[in-house]
Design a protein around this ligand. Structure first.
Ligand code: NAD
Ligand code: ZN
Ligand code: ZN
Length: 371
């Protein structure tokens, strides 16, 4: 199968033929239709973070596609021919205190798609069946892909920001994550001030519901937001420590700073005196759970969010990385592997049952994939 592979940090990816993965116990094999390019994939390919990914690596954790085969022991709520999403949280133990309390994203035994295990920059990807998301009918794979990381991550971050009606939420960075973050803040009933370095991104933010915008290249974002009374919460998706510091400065007393972006510098300046006297809360937010992803898909299926994306061919992966690094992309680039029109849906309520002897609807839903 064709895949884009990182062989060395900072080297261009190589688009090459690699063996197709085999689904093991509890796993599914997914034929990829769409794979979003998250800025995390660029950090991974550069080896930017303290914890390095495996090498060689197939990146990609916004993969959406059709279940082509199921391994032994897969619950029969996942069937061949069904459309699923393969998120960053590729696997968690299901038994530790974090998993048991709905914080599976903090599981110490987790596997991360496109980082510690191969991801979706490939024609096929294997995934743990319990950690794939079901894509609802009516949501295209190209919209589902960015929702699988950019969506779920910012949905969770806005939840943690505590955004409420009548509040002002500042979104720093209107890229893949930020263009969705601002919509979730609007869904929560808050007003939004969007901050970026590019007027085109700020125009998009306005179109998506931001009431105010600040170009941080031209004006001091903290000062401008201060003129509005200060932000009740700031969600920082920019991969630049300067944005985090400005976001801190933009908060009103009692405000919450949500750290989401992961700049390679890994440090921001946080003044202790001001944090204490203003009663500021600082919180880190890592992706979201399966339950969050379901809510994200449901909101989208209900027409409450818009996903802005452009399709690309995997062959242009290195040019795409460069385009994102130049901040020249409207919101998200999505690699196009071809959409399958005839999609199946698993029966409701069959979760957790063994797959080896499917009966009824589940048995009927199996079989060769049409087309
Ligand atoms: P992106 O490149 O699509 O968007 C980043 C945006 O920030 C761009 O619009 C850019 O113009 C803007 N920007 C850059 N510097 C800025 C500044 N100083 N002030 C304001 N805006 C600025 O990237 P993305 O895919 O949205 O990812 C953003 C970051 O979030 C990356 O570091 C990524 O690794 C991280 N991330 C974190 C999580 C998590 O769970 N915490 C999940 C996914 C991605
Ligand atoms: Zn991501
Ligand atoms: Zn766990």
């Amino acid at each position: 199968m064709r895949a884009a592979v990182v062989h060395g940090f900072g080297e261009p990816l190589r688009v090459e033929d690699v063996p197709r993965p085999e689904p093991g116990p509890g796993e599914v094999l997914v034929r990829v239709e769409a794979a979003g390019l998250c800025h995390t994939d660029i950090h991974a390919a550069h080896g930017d973070w303290p914890v390095k990914p495996k090498l060689p690596l197939i990146p990609g954790h916004e993969g959406v596609g059709i279940v082509e085969a199921v391994g032994p022991g897969v619950a029969r709520n996942i069937v061949e021919g069904e459309r699923v999403a393969i998120p960053w949280l590729g696997y968690a133990c299901g038994a530790c205190e974090y998993c048991a309390s709905g914080w599976e994203t903090l599981c110490e035994s987790q596997l991360n798609t496109g980082y510690s295990v191969d991801g979706s920059y490939a024609e096929y990807v294997k995934a743990h069946s319990r950690y794939v998301g079901k894509v609802p009918a009516g949501v295209s794979p190209f919209e589902a892909a960015p929702l699988t990381c950019a969506g779920v991550t910012t949905y969770k971050a806005v939840k943690l920001s505590g955004a409420r009606p009548s509040e002002l939420v500042a979104i720093f960075g209107v890229g893949g994550l930020g263009h969705l973050a601002l919509q979730y803040a609007r869904v929560a009933g808050a007003e939004v001030v969007a901050v970026d370095l590019h007027d085109e991104k700020l125009a998009l933010a306005e179109e998506l519901g931001a009431r105010y915008t600040v170009n941080a290249r031209e004006r001091d974002a903290a000062e401008e937001i201060g003129k509005l009374g200060g932000a009740d919460a700031a969600v920082v998706t920019a991969a630049n420590p300067r944005a985090f510091e400005q976001a801190f400065g933009s908060l009103r007393r009692g405000g919450t700073l949500v750290l989401v972006g992961l700049p390679k510098e890994n440090r921001m300046e946080l003044p202790i005196f001001e944090t204490v006297l203003k009663g500021i809360t600082v919180v880190g937010s890592i992706v979201g759970t399966r339950a969050d992803l379901k809510e994200v898909f449901d909101l989208h299926a209900a027409g409450r969010t818009r996903v802005i994306f452009e399709k690309r061919d995997l062959a242009s992966v290195n040019e795409c990385f460069e385009e994102v690094e130049r901040e020249a992309v409207d919101a998200r680039l999505v690699f196009d592997f071809g959409e399958q029109k005839d999609v199946r849906h698993a029966p409701e309520g069959a979760a957790g049952e063994p797959a080896d002897q499917p009966t009824g609807e589940a048995a009927e839903a199996r079989g060769p994939i049409p087309g």
